[in-house]
Design a protein around this ligand. Sequence first.
Ligand SMILES: *Cc1c(COP(=O)(O)O)cnc(C)c1O
Length: 235
Amino acid sequence: MDHPLDNFPIKALEEIFYYIESHQYKINKLVVVTKTHSYHLIQLLYDYGHRDFGENRYQEAKEKLIHVKVKPDFPLIAHHIGPLQSGNARHIPEIFEWVHGVGSIHALAKLAKAAKKKFELTKKKTYYLIQLNLTREETKLGGMFLEEFEEIINTKPESLIQDEGLEWKGFMTMGPSNGDLEVTKKVFRQLRMLRDKYFPLGDLSMGMSGDWKIALEEGSTILRIGTAITGNRKY
Ligand SMILES: *Cc1c(COP(=O)(O)O)cnc(C)c1O
């Protein structure tokens, strides 16, 4: 159960922002990851003044977001943070402004089509990040291997789509699934170096509940934080 009147999430969010400011880090976004939690939690944080929220399942996100009461002059920004599947990429732009988990060119092409449609109807852009798998784990968490990305950017950069409906904003990655913080730090540093080389002004979406401080040290510009703010998840 979520407890809508419990203001733990607000306190936790304030503490993270306080840490960021007092260490003079500059970030572009802090995405509060609300997957598995009810829309009450999103409403609580939105009413407090937060606008960036992350979800990993299209259906779940859609069902929740319609219940959130949003002021027209303060739009909620929804971030899709799981691996982007070719199968549902065509639905994603309907509700998400940002897509963090682009791990294949095939899925990206599908996303571009849907983003174009959305842009024609609403004039709203969709933004995406290329997710790299730098730990080389065979995981279901997605992301492309580095050699695949380098092959693409060196030989067919036009497949990293930039058009009026869809804008490439940078990179996303995750540390190893065993949570080893030394490896995590290396992986974050490697992502920053790749960003500096290929896309100097690009965003770095890295840092979750267990490693956001390390991510800040390594230059993260977008944090994606769930349980440290929301409490435990149901799955
Ligand atoms: C769930 C999830 C998060 C947030 O994880 P926490 O450990 O709860 O902070 C961040 N990024 C992705 C891709 C996720 O799936």
